[in-house]
Every structure is written in C-alpha cells, then in structure tokens.
Design a protein around this ligand. Structure first.
Ligand code: ATP
Length: 368
C-alpha cells in the first residue's frame, strides 16, 4: 500500500536575529501509512512543530519534497492541501455555538445547508457532543472544547489530521482520558493522524509508530515497543523511559551476539549486537527487567548491594541500589509482603538479578 504521506529529505533553516542560522530540519524522511497514528516526539527545539508546519504548508521547505496520497504538495498553499491542524490553543469562536464553530469551514466552502447540518451532526455524535450543538463555547469544559476543535478539523474530511500538542493545556486526568478518546476517534474515522508531543508516555500509549527527533534529525522511527526495547542509540534509550546504562567492552564476537565485560567485571552474554571486538558500548537494562527472584534466573547477572533510595509508586517500588562493585541500578520491584521490609528500607542489603536476554547494547553516537 502506498503511504498517505511521504516526506523526503526535508530541510529547513531559520535565520536568527544575531545573524546566524538554525537548522530546524536536517534531511528528514518519513512515510506515514493510511490509517496510521504517528507521533513526532522529541525535546523542545528538536524540529517537531517545524516538520508539522511544513506538512500543513504554513512553512516552506528549503530542500526536499512532500507528497500526500501520491500527489506532490511541496509548493501548494495550506488551503490546497488535504490536511487540517488541531492546535494547542484551539482558537474557537467564543461568540458562536458549537454547531456553528464546527460548520464554519463548510459554510466558507459554500456547501448546502442540509449537507452542512448532517455532517456537523454526525461529527458532534462522533466526538461525544451530540445534542450540545446549540451551546456556546464558553459554557464548555476544557475537554469539551478540545472535542469541538477536533470535530471542526475533521468535518472537512481531511486525508491527514495534524495535531500540535493538543492535550498539553489539559490537567493530567483529563489528558489521559483524552488520549484514549483520541486513539478511539482515530480508529473510527480511519484517517492518518500525525501528532506532536514532547511527552514520551503519551507517545508510547497512543501511537502505531513514533519518530524520535533531535537536532532536526530523526533518530529512530518505529513502533513504541521497538523504540522502548531496542533503541538505536543512547539518546533514544534515555528519552523513552527510565533505564540503566552500564559501560562494557566487547571481548569476543559470537555468530549473532557477543560477550562483553562490564566495568564492574561481570561477564555478559549479549544476544545480538553489531559491535566489534574491543569496542566500548553501553548496555541498557530497563528497571522492570531487574529482579529479586534468583530461582527463575539461574545464570543471570548478579548484583549484591545496598538499597539507597525507595520510591513507592502505587503497585511497585522503584528501588535505587548501589552494588558492592560500584554499579548503580534502578529496579522496579514488587516484593512479596514478607520481603518488603528488606527492600523498602534504605541501607538494607539486597541481591538483584538481570537475565542476559534483557541486555540491549546501544551506541552513544546520534544519527548524524
Ligand atoms: P517545542 O516543543 O519547544 O515547540 P519543537 O521541537 O516544536 O519545540 P520547532 O518549533 O520546530 O521545535 O523549532 C526548531 C528550531 O527552529 C528551534 O531551535 C527554534 O528556535 C527554531 N525556530 C522555529 N521557528 C522559528 C522562526 N520562525 N524563526 C527562527 N527560528 C525558529
């Protein structure tokens, strides 16, 4: 199936008031499939909004090209591109009713009243605001306003919906609720969503695929699980969730994997790596892969140490441990009731285990 959106080698620079230039996009290529929920994720200033604005046509590209549904749109103005954008500030018309807000673009396009009425009604049902059409915008909650903004953007039936941090103004509970609603809505309308956020949890929960950006480049583009389990480099590993990164040196290559010696002296068997003999690498261990249960983990890496800090996060404890050979480990543990005293008391002695399969080698080099 051909992609609904194809960005090739997109480059964009801005001049700074000091007379310098900033490269906001540095050769970005990205394909989005029909019906896909893709998130652009990265720290402030990495180029996410710029990429979104070049897709919508609010910014021109300096180099590269953009195709939507097989048609080149690189030089088309925003109103001639089959996309719509939902912004962080929804910019609804406060003096108009919900229905008129949603109908606005169809009225401008000159559609017949009956057609407008049925499409607006259908859209309001879809976002859970059926029967609210006559209310004024200022009589709505933040979440309801967000839904009006979504309905307004979808009513014109764009091929792609672009969303620029649309949930960041909402409080945490409402935000989580809206994340689920947005995902359901996307599945129902069946069009591609390109969503911008700097919140990694939001990206992992909602997306089919996530593009992690840094310095105007895509560091990795993949499913949430790929990015979390098999990050390509240290930047992606650190950006997506908590992790332990342990220094090691490859001592021997095997057919697929390798043997590496940790700085603390332990011997690690890496299931897969491209690293060469003698190469210095970092091994990513996610906190939930660190265990207290030795019986299941015969042959696993073993760390004896002291509990430094304990954070109780509801069901689990996040336990910081310093091993006797100097390794700092963060572990997400769910100790049995009889073991809790030992785990949850700073200063307690503890033994932790990590299976070799849970070790993921990463390079420190970013995509250049
Ligand atoms: P944030 O999460 O803070 O919105 P972002 O990842 O969306 O960040 P962009 O807004 O795309 O980042 O900006 C990328 C880079 O380009 C930044 O260094 C920014 O300062 C710069 N930039 C963006 N717009 C302009 C502009 N109109 N003029 C000059 N520099 C700009």
């Amino acid at each position: 199936m051909s992609p609904i959106l194809s960005v090739k080698d997109a480059t964009k620079r801005y001049s700074t008031p000091e007379g310098g230039t900033i490269t906001a996009l540095d050769g970005v290529s990205l394909d989005v499939q029909q019906n896909e929920f893709v998130t652009l994720l990265g720290p402030s200033g990495c180029g996410k909004t710029t990429l979104l604005r070049t897709i919508s046509g609010f910014e021109d590209l300096e180099g590269g090209s953009i195709e939507i549904d097989g048609t080149p749109v690189t030089h088309l103005p925003p109103h001639r591109r089959p996309v719509n954008t939902v912004f962080q500030r929804y910019a609804l018309f406060p003096h108009l009713t919900i229905a008129r807000n949603v109908a606005y673009s169809l009225e401008v396009a000159g559609l017949k009243r009956a057609e407008i009425g049925s499409r607006v009604g259908e859209m309001l049902e879809l976002v859970g605001l059926g029967g609210f059409g006559d209310r004024k915008i200022n009589q709505l909650s933040g979440g309801q306003q967000q839904r009006v903004a979504l309905a307004r953007s979808l009513v014109a039936r764009p091929k792609i919906l672009l969303l620029d941090e649309p949930l960041s103004a909402l409080d945490k509970n409402l935000r989580q609720k809206m994340q689920q609603e947005l995902k359901t809505l996307q599945e129902e309308v069946g069009i591609a969503f390109v969503f911008v956020t700097h919140d990694q949890e939001e990206a992992l929960t909602m997306s089919d695929r996530v593009a992690v950006l840094s310095d105007g480049k895509i560091q990795q583009f993949g499913t949430p699980e790929e990015l979390y389990r098999r990050p390509r480099n240290e930047f992606v590993a650190r950006f997506l969730g908590a992790g332990n990164l342990l220094g090691a040196t490859v001592s021997e290559r095997k057919e697929a994997g390798a043997i590496a010696i940790l700085e603390s002296g332990q011997v690690a068997h890496l299931p897969s790596t491209d690293a060469a003999r003698g190469e210095r690498i970092k091994l990513l261990i996610r906190p939930e892969d660190v265990r207290m249960d030795s019986t299941r983990d015969a042959g696993a890496l073993r760390f004896e140490g002291t509990v430094k800090q304990v954070l109780f996060v509801g069901t689990d404890y996040i336990v910081h441990v310093e091993s006797d050979d100097g390794v700092e480990l963060k572990a997400t543990l769910r100790p049995r009731a009889e073991d809790r005293g030992g785990v949850t008391a700073p200063g307690a002695r503890i033994t932790l285990f990590v299976q070799h399969e849970a070790l993921h080698p990463v390079t420190s080099a970013k995509v250049a």
